[in-house]
Design a protein around this ligand. Structure first.
Ligand SMILES: NC(=O)c1ccc[n+]([C@@H]2O[C@H](COP(=O)([O-])OP(=O)(O)OC[C@H]3O[C@@H](n4cnc5c(N)ncnc54)[C@H](OP(=O)(O)O)[C@@H]3O)[C@@H](O)[C@H]2O)c1
Length: 311
């Protein structure tokens, strides 16, 4: 019998590379076929249909994106091409082939919830930056193009893979700055859902294997944190003699606005695919995988005093 084929875009990225690992480790009953940017460049939406014309697949999993939140402010056309128009074309190709489209999106489609409660899949989107607007646009265009659509919203990804080391992420940055400077200043007015790519990828593979019902799912580790909370936890667990001090977003000097509150409620994904570990548990496993912590338990409480590094 023919095995199901899942075509993967963005296989070299932080999430995509962990999906490849999770698939290999799972012994799943489907084939995962990566398609490189050289074969399909999403910056050219008009070339998408031709590039996929002869491709044979049952599911298209899109982990590719234009994802530089600050640079997107000055590159809106590119962000909207890759995260919007190309996503529409991918969805149309899937509709034409009778294939499922699984598309990865972001907590940045939300803009800050006055109620300060974790956001559910059906909550209204309200992006506050170009990247978030381009991803929300992509979600909408995909929904218009086909019904067999799964949207996975992830958030604030961290991980232990080579892709994270090469492309960078918050954990890598905090470890480097803590060691080099011994003090960090990190924003405490943005609340989000830190998410370990290995955990998100394992759920993605389970969703593919189970052929989950179509719809939107929040695939994030449980719990919420400010970037200051997250940084403090990293420094504690590392046992580095560094000081973490909270600051406001307007002191951080970032080009793009970030949502003040974008923590996601993962109850729907947890109910369908099993409990999702807390971000604290995931951080311990991530640091262990990098050989940086012997246990998931914090080692020390960092001093609090003035600092000059920023997140
Ligand atoms: N990282 C986060 O904290 C975060 C948070 C929320 C949501 N997300 C979402 O999660 C998904 C995965 O993010 P990630 O962090 O894994 O991204 P990433 O590490 O930046 O990887 C992005 C992937 O997309 C590919 N790509 C970029 N531009 C492309 C283009 N024009 N044509 C074809 N492929 C292109 C890259 O190809 P190359 O390998 O050739 O560079 C890479 O494989 C994205 O949808 C992103 O919006 C990420």
């Amino acid at each position: 019998m023919r095995r199901r084929r899942v075509l993967l875009l963005g296989a070299g990225g932080r999430l995509g590379s962990d999906v490849v690992c999770a698939h290999a480790a799972s012994g799943a009953s489907f084939d995962l076929v990566p398609l490189s940017r050289q074969r399909l460049d999403l910056a050219r939406p008009d070339a998408v249909a031709k590039a996929l014309a002869h491709a044979d697949f049952d599911v298209l999993l899109n982990c590719a994106a234009y994802h530089d939140t600050d640079a997107a402010e000055d590159n809106a056309a590119l962000a909207f091409a890759v995260n919007g128009q190309a996503v529409q074309r991918l969805a149309e190709v899937c509709a034409g082939k009778g294939a499922r489209f699984m598309h990865v999106s972001t907590d940045y489609v939300f803009g800050g919830d006055a109620a300060r409660r974790p956001l559910a899949e059906g909550d209204p989107t309200a992006p506050v930056n170009v990247y978030g607007a381009s991803k929300a646009f992509g979600e909408t265009l995909a929904r218009l193009a086909l019904e067999d659509l799964v949207i996975l919203r992830v958030a604030s990804l961290f991980g232990a893979s080579a892709a994270h080391a090469e492309r960078g992420n918050f954990v890598e940055t905090i470890i480097r700055v803590a060691r080099e400077r011994g003090e960090l200043k990190v924003v405490d007015d943005q609340i989000m859902s830190p998410t370990f790519t290995a955990d998100a990828a394992a759920i993605v593979v389970r969703m593919l294997a189970a052929h989950c019902p179509p719809g939107t799912y929040h695939v994030v580790n449980s719990g919420a944190a400010s970037w200051f909370d997250f940084a403090s936890s990293i420094v504690e667990r590392l046992g580095v003699d560094a000081t973490v001090t909270p600051c406001r977003s307007d002191e951080a000097g970032r080009r793009a606005l970030r949502p003040a509150f974008s923590a996601l409620d993962n109850a729907k994904a947890s109910a369908a695919f099993g409990p999702i570990p807390s971000w604290q548990d995931a951080l311990g496993r991530c640091l262990q995988a990098r050989g940086l912590a012997e246990s998931a338990a914090p080692k020390r409480v960092p001093r609090a005093s003035a600092a000059n590094a920023s997140s």
